[in-house]
Design a protein around this ligand. Structure first.
Ligand SMILES: [Zn+2]
Ligand SMILES: [Zn+2]
Length: 424
């Protein structure tokens, strides 16, 4: 019996899986650089109020999913369930807006939500995201979307669909909200328990409900897109024109709402048909009111967040190429105390010369050391036995051609560096 197991909804990343994660992170970092987004890191926990006031008290995340606890000082703290509120908090706290009128930032990190674990949905999961704070330009919305899709494409994902909508602004959303309330007025009995409760407070959330009965009812519900004001309507048109110019295909989703309160105008989701029910790889939108909501002067902004576990799952389903595993280049096999000391010295010399190398620490026979070298898929094995030692030499075996050569002990390191360079 195992004494301890990883908590439900958490997951270990094993050495075999790590290269894939590193490749993804590297690719994200590289793309972000091309679009001039700079990396930022924020703490994993924050004051609970930050999320209540930004993500929204009525949202599923804040109502049901946050890991909230009191610290020893009696303060209520929360493990971040999403990346946007901490980034905006940082933006305000460090007056980043004074340093640059438009801040383009990105992050990669772990997030925490107490959900029912299922495929691609974990309690500790990882996201990367970008936030562009300081401009209302629809071209910036288009850039954020293009950036997200560009990263997915680079990772090898092909079968994606971009769901696009607009959630309006407080000005046009309130008449729409009235319309929606009217629409649901005589349908209360047909709604699920959650929706019955959220009906009065936030009828828009019903559109996001996954319950089949709720979904059926909302099919004929009025759409926000028909109620956009003179500001939000043209903004949406302009965004679509930019996406057309970029040859980015999108589906207008008339009932798209995102499970977060701060969105205004543009909202979008990137969906993979490979993933079944949990099909969103990520999404985002505009949040023009959030900076002001958190206490600074009104500043428009737009961003996205993408789920790394979901993306890796989609990559697996689409058979995207995964990186070659890393192998050391040299294995040093040795027999006897004196040879071992030489082996250890050679190892260290190789490593300082930027050659990856390893040896045996299990006191195994020469035969099983050779087997270990084979399994490690090294390019060269150095064999230092008593016989060679007496001659002041060692055997260097090319593992691909099986050719062996005697090389003087003192010249070993230079010799290996040279042949490895030639092979590259
Ligand atoms: Zn509006
Ligand atoms: Zn419902």
């Amino acid at each position: 019996m195992l004494k301890y197991k990883a908590l439900r909804g958490t997951q270990d990343i094993l050495p075999e899986e790590m290269p894939l994660w590193r490749q993804l992170e590297e690719m994200v970092g590289r793309k972000m650089k091309f679009y001039n987004y700079r990396e930022i890191a924020t703490p994993t926990f924050e004051h609970t109020g930050l999320f209540v006031h930004s993500t929204g008290a009525d949202t599923e995340i804040v109502e049901k999913q946050m890991y909230t606890f009191l610290d020893k000082g009696g303060r209520s703290l929360t493990l971040r369930p999403e990346g946007t509120p901490p980034v905006v908090r940082t933006y305000i706290e460090h007056s980043l807006g004074m340093k640059k009128p438009l801040q383009k930032l990105f992050y990669i990190g772990s997030m925490y939500r107490q959900e029912n674990p299922q495929a691609g949905r974990l309690r500790q999961f990882h996201q990367f995201g970008a936030e562009a704070i300081g401009s209302i330009a629809p071209a910036l919305d288009a850039e954020i979307i293009a950036l997200f899709l560009d990263i997915c494409e680079d990772l090898g994902l092909k079968e994606l669909s971009l769901q696009l909508g607009s959630i309006g602004c407080p000005g046009c959303r309130s008449p729409y909200r009235e319309k929606l309330l009217g629409f649901f007025a005589d349908k209360d009995d047909l709604l699920c328990d959650d929706c019955k409760q959220r009906h009065q407070r936030n009828p828009l959330r019903i559109l996001d409900c996954k319950n089949p009965s709720c979904r059926r009812i909302t099919e004929d519900a009025p759409s926000m897109l028909d109620y956009l004001c003179d500001d939000c309507g043209p903004h949406f048109q302009e965004l679509k024109a930019h996406l057309d110019a970029l040859d980015i295909h999108y589906q207008i989703n008339r009932r798209l709402v995102r499970g977060l309160d701060y969105y205004t105008k543009t909202i979008f989701e990137v969906v993979s048909p490979q993933l079944g029910a949990q099909d969103a790889l990520g999404g985002g939108g505009r949040y023009d009111g959030l900076v002001e909501e958190l206490g600074a002067k009104p500043t428009p902004a737009v961003g996205f967040a993408a789920g790394i576990e979901r993306i890796l799952l989609a990559m697996e389903k689409e058979n995207c190429p995964s990186p070659e595993p890393c192998h050391p280049k040299v294995y040093v096999a040795s027999m006897g105390e004196e040879a071992k000391r030489l082996a250890v010295r050679l190892l260290q010399k190789l490593r300082t010369q930027m050659v990856s190398a390893d040896t045996d620490y299990l006191d195994r026979s020469l035969k099983s050391q050779m087997r270990a070298a084979n399994n490690l898929k090294v390019e060269y094995t150095v064999i230092i036995g008593q016989e060679e030692l007496n001659k002041g030499k060692a055997l260097v075996r090319n593992m691909r051609s099986s050719q062996q050569e005697e090389v003087g002990i003192e010249k070993l390191c230079d010799y290996l560096v040279e042949v490895l360079n030639q092979n590259q």
